[in-house]
Ligand binder design. Sequence first.
Ligand code: LLP
Length: 417
Amino acid sequence: MNHFARREGALHVEDVALSAIAGDVGTPAYVYSKAALEGHWRAFDDALTGIDHLVCYAVKANSNLAVLGVLADLGSGFDVVSRGELERVVAAGGDPAAVVFSGVGKQRAEMERALELGIHYFNVESEAELARLAEVARTHGVTAPVAVRVNPDVDANTHPYISTGLKHNKFGISHSDTLRIYQQAADTVGLEVAGIACHIGSQLTEVTPFVDALDRLLSLTDELSTRGISMRHLDIGGGLGIRYRDEEPPSAGAYVDAIRARLAGRRLSLHMEPGRSIAGNAGLLLVGVEYVKPGDGKNFVVVDGAMNDYIRPALYQAWCEIENVQHRSTPTRLYDIVGPVCESADFLGKDRHLSVEPGDLLVVHSAGAYGFGMASNYNSRPRAAEVMVSGSDFRVVRPREEMAELFASEQLWVTAR
Ligand code: LLP
């Protein structure tokens, strides 16, 4: 179901007109559909029916408490990569026992807090981390459940910045070191082998790399079992892509169908860590048009949202659909949609056909993932408001930052006289 549809020419999120949200909350604002979030999570959970599984939403994609709370209510697990994300999950009512902790740089205090909360397991990414985790667990008289994040050296065929499963990437433990490190984990007091994990990249639009990675993990699992080391979980990571333009990523159902047979007869619980495929197309960025600026060979629409609000176009040359909230029947012109930040990389879209006037509202679609979470205060711009819609109801789930908040905690250097 499309939760972002036009009614009499005006774009709505569920049953709420975006113009009503802009009137109430102002722009720029991120707007999320609760029904879309729920639908995207359920697509994974339903597809996995018949397989012992846990869908662990990747918090980094969108960590707003309301988003986490909606997913916690559905019974979601969570993939976190920092203590901050872990605390958010707890604050949103998520179950710490359904949290997996990934990331190459886990600090001692992060391990301590995760052990105190009793998380599901740690996805360990290096030998040094394994040793540190064992020592922290022993110090606290507990046992840390671990999975080794294997770097399966599989090409995800995605943007190099978001490809993580190749051997030159910093992530995971190389395939050839895996058996030795598992033996070490099994022999170390303070550690308990719980599973095996990988995450090969983000915005994947084909299933083959997932299947290849799974095969590598399964053959490692078999080899480990002959050595008496058995797994309870196999965590295949996140990474399923979404449609921004004309991509045709597999559905959650098609993805699961492609791997289901390989898990038959195995006593493994399958864990997935989808982020973008749950949050991405559940949200958009709503911006207001300040100026329409004709140029020499280029026309610009200057909007009040910028690269500090949504950095994906500048950072990854990402393409997102941009539309006028209110359909105009006047002829379109070709524009670059740019923000007020003082950088030429500050664009939300290039070479777009739009019919637009100052004062109009535009939306940047598919911005529910890696949008607000990657926003900054660059150019001393307060971060945007976040709004969640459910049916005909909408609520501000994070108010726009106040000017005073920008530097409230900063100090002048006062010279004593
Ligand atoms: N699990 C791990 C260990 C991850 O590192 C990631 C994403 C995920 C799960 C979720 O992946 P997803 O299902 O969302 O593809 N900022 C970039 C994306 C970075 C992804 C980093 N890791 C972007 O805007 O495209």
